[in-house]
Design a protein around this ligand. Structure first.
Ligand code: ZN
Length: 277
């Protein structure tokens, strides 16, 4: 049986040499149970390879998600960008279904110089266009998962992600802890602050499994700068308080490790988690 909180890498494991779509066996052999397939730079995987990834994930009991391309911007004031983003998100749903991804993770967009609520409304109307396209297609199984983003200029603070997920069916949040930490100037320091984040999520949404990203992160006044490994303790956030709070809040969770050491640090997180039970 799967444990309540499962861990895995954001992308191909560090020392794994094979194709990314065959990684689940390697991941399972490391005793990890999650895998986020990376399409940040474009959806290049074929239907055939996606199907192999689905089979491999099922065979080795690895829960797979997909990270959609970074260049999605649902709140642009440029029609071409909007149409392009609709197209990419639709295609991500298609690829996600082929690979049996339980979440399609994406960064919703940018604030530009608009008022925040206006940005959110543009994003929502763009999402409606994507859902319309899906409704007219053969795609049946998809769960979009907008992610809390790391820069203040990006749409995607905790409340905005909650607002988007509340508005639509088939939407569940991705809570990137490092991004929340970076866009909040590193103020998330104590267990109480994590408790606040998780209880807000519990109160506002009906989450079956909480999908999280974790890494240590460097930031400046604009937010995220770069990711750091778990043993670079000069950078936050603290994995211990995050995991303690996650355990106390009783969520089923998936923690995708985005540190430069990916699967190796996912194992560090898993060991820490097991020591806290
Ligand atoms: Zn992301």
């Amino acid at each position: 049986m799967k444990s309540k909180i499962i861990f895995g890498p954001a992308g191909r494991p560090i020392n794994y040499k094979g194709p990314a779509y065959k990684a689940p066996e390697y991941i399972a052999n490391e005793r990890l149970s999650a895998y986020e397939y990376q399409s940040g730079r474009g959806l290049k995987i074929s239907e055939k390879s996606s199907n192999i990834l689905k089979e491999e994930s099922n065979r080795h009991d690895v829960l797979t998600s997909i990270h959609a391309p970074y260049f999605i911007n649902l709140s642009s004031n440029n029609e071409k960008t909007i149409n392009n983003s609709v197209d990419i998100l639709f295609k991500s749903a298609q690829v996600g279904e082929w690979m049996g991804a339980y979440r399609i993770v994406f960064h919703p967009g940018y604030h530009l110089k608009k008022r925040k609520d206006e940005t959110l409304n543009i994003a929502k109307s763009t999402i409606n266009k994507v859902l319309e396209m899906i409704g007219q297609s053969k795609i049946k199984n998809f769960t979009f998962s907008p992610e809390t983003t790391g820069k203040k200029s990006q749409l995607g603070d905790l409340n905005e992600i909650i607002a988007i997920c509340k508005e639509f069916d088939n939407f569940e949040p991705t809570i990137d802890i490092a991004h929340l930490y970076a866009r909040d100037n590193g103020l998330i320091q104590s267990k109480e602050e994590y408790n606040k984040i998780f209880s807000t999520l519990e109160n506002e949404l009906n989450i079956k499994r909480l999908h999280c990203h974790f890494t240590r992160i460097e930031h400046d006044k604009f937010g995220e700068k770069r990711h750091h490994t778990l043993n670079e303790v000069n950078y936050g956030p603290s994995p211990k308080y995050f995991l303690e709070s996650l355990i106390e809040c009783d969520f089923k969770g998936t923690v995708i490790c985005e540190s430069p050491l990916l699967d190796l640090d996912a194992l560090v997180l898993k060991e820490l988690y097991e020591s806290l039970l």
